[in-house]
Design a protein around this ligand. Structure first.
Ligand code: FAD
Ligand code: UDP
Length: 372
């Protein structure tokens, strides 16, 4: 065989494997159906500004191994994600912290007062184990915050009622009783200087990549080239949806150029009202404010993110982790276990809500398994 591994997809999972395989003296071929590398972390430079084409990406991790790994391929800035939420003409700090509590309840100034107010509001859940996202949110932050900052956003994002969603989704968000607007709790955070495409380009340097090449349409020919296939596309598509479709959530992005130096004053605004059709609006240049030329230029790019139902042919951005999808995924996983040459990886192949660091760590773990 010409290659040890055929890596399907040129996203972060494949790029991590390509690095590890290359360093272990293995030969890889990467095939990507899109016309560019980097998967969903792709950034495109327009007028000196890196546009996050598939939504805002902020790198954050608690793993030193992962942080050291990415720093081999890029220098990171000190961007700290501190989005604000907009509703009914007012702005609130996120994640839920003392600033938010004081903005919502003016008389709340201290952590003790905030804890007391939340406990009073969460009392309606006393004695109950939260069975869905609504109940989980009310027990964590009380009804006022749930109705102002969670309900509308979440129902738009996921296209269903908070009472039908898993409590786990909301556990991603930090809740703190200090005045601190950092959206993440991780030790390391930042944006790679010059954008994510450059980072992935460096990871793939020395590995052959074929763009505009859909594995599923060239399967026999590509299979013949490598000993093993690592597939990072959707697992249900690999099996031609033989058990039916897994559900995904899709997104539509609308980008506009504004003749302003600085339009939002913050990189990310969340729109939490149910009657605003988009969830987020991002101002790309503000992810890299240290790039003086881009930052000071007289134009800026803003992208609004509209959640959308997914149907075949659309981009599958988020797996929908509810009971029926997980049991369907488990059926595909049983098929996958019988494969001798194919391994499924990444957010789509493993049907998991992976952040970038989870993706890298999962690829590292897989490589340890296959190399030994
Ligand atoms: P992908 O990036 O999806 O790569 C898979 C690649 O495979 C794609 O390029 C696809 O075109 C290709 N492919 C699929 N099928 C085939 C086929 N049949 N033949 C050839 N190629 C194929 N993570 C964070 O840590 N911080 C964030 O702020 C953050 N924000 C996010 C915002 C949004 C809107 C989304 C959707 C995700 C976000 N993430 C974030 C998660 C992050 O995008 C993922 O962790 C990461 O991109 C997963 O990499 P991957 O290689 O598994 O998948
Ligand atoms: N969320 C919310 N209001 C917000 C931001 C987030 O209710 O202003 C909820 C929403 O349910 C979302 C979840 O918290 O799906 C996780 O948010 P995160 O920002 O991690 O979303 P992602 O980065 O996955 O889009």
């Amino acid at each position: 065989m010409k290659y040890d591994y055929l890596l399907v997809g040129a996203g972060l999972f494949s790029a991590t494997l390509a690095v590890l395989a290359r360093e272990a003296g293995k030969r890889c071929l990467v095939v990507e159906k899109r016309g560019h590398i980097a998967g969903n972390i792709y950034t495109e430079e327009v007028e000196g500004i890196r546009i996050h084409k598939y939504g805002a990406h902020i790198f954050h991790t608690d793993s030193k191994d992962c942080w050291d790994f990415v720093n081999r391929f890029a220098e990171f800035n000190r961007y700290t994600n501190s989005p604000v939420a907009y509703i009914d003409g007012k702005l609130y700090n996120l994640p839920f912290n003392m600033n938010t509590f004081h903005q919502i309840w003016e008389d709340v100034l201290t952590p003790e007062q905030a804890q007391k107010r939340i406990a009073e509001q969460a009392a309606e859940m006393a004695g109950k184990t939260p069975a869905n996202l609504e109940e989980q949110a009310i027990s964590l932050v009380g009804r006022d915050i749930y109705e102002l900052l969670i309900k509308g956003y979440t129902e738009k994002q996921w296209g269903r009622s908070c009472t039908e969603l898993s409590a786990d989704i909301i556990k991603r968000l930090p809740l703190r009783f200090i005045y601190d607007n950092n959206y993440f709790n991780d030790r390391y955070q930042g944006i790679p200087l010059g954008g994510y495409t450059k980072l992935v380009e460096r990871m793939l340097a020395g590995t052959e990549v074929r763009l505009n090449c859909d594995y599923l349409q060239n399967r026999a020919e590509l299979d013949a080239l490598a000993d093993k296939v690592i597939y990072t596309g959707t697992i249900d598509s690999f099996y031609d949806y033989c058990y039916g479709e897994l559900e995904y959530r899709s997104l539509r992005f609308e980008t506009e150029r504004l003749p302003l130096q600085n339009a939002q004053g913050v990189a990310v605004i969340n729109y939490t009202a149910a009657d605003v059709p988009y969830t987020r609006s991002i101002e790309h240049k503000l992810f890299e404010p240290e790039d003086k030329e881009a930052f000071e230029s007289a134009c800026t790019y803003i992208t609004k993110e509209y959640p959308a139902d997914w149907k075949r042919g659309d981009e599958p951005y988020y797996p929908v982790n509810n009971f029926s999808n997980i049991s369907l995924y488990n059926k595909y996983k049983e098929l996958a276990k019988q494969e001798k040459r194919v391994i499924f990886g990444g957010r789509l192949g493993m049907y998991r809500y992976f952040d970038m660091d989870d993706t890298i760590l999962a690829a590292m773990e897989l490589f340890q398994e296959i190399i030994t």
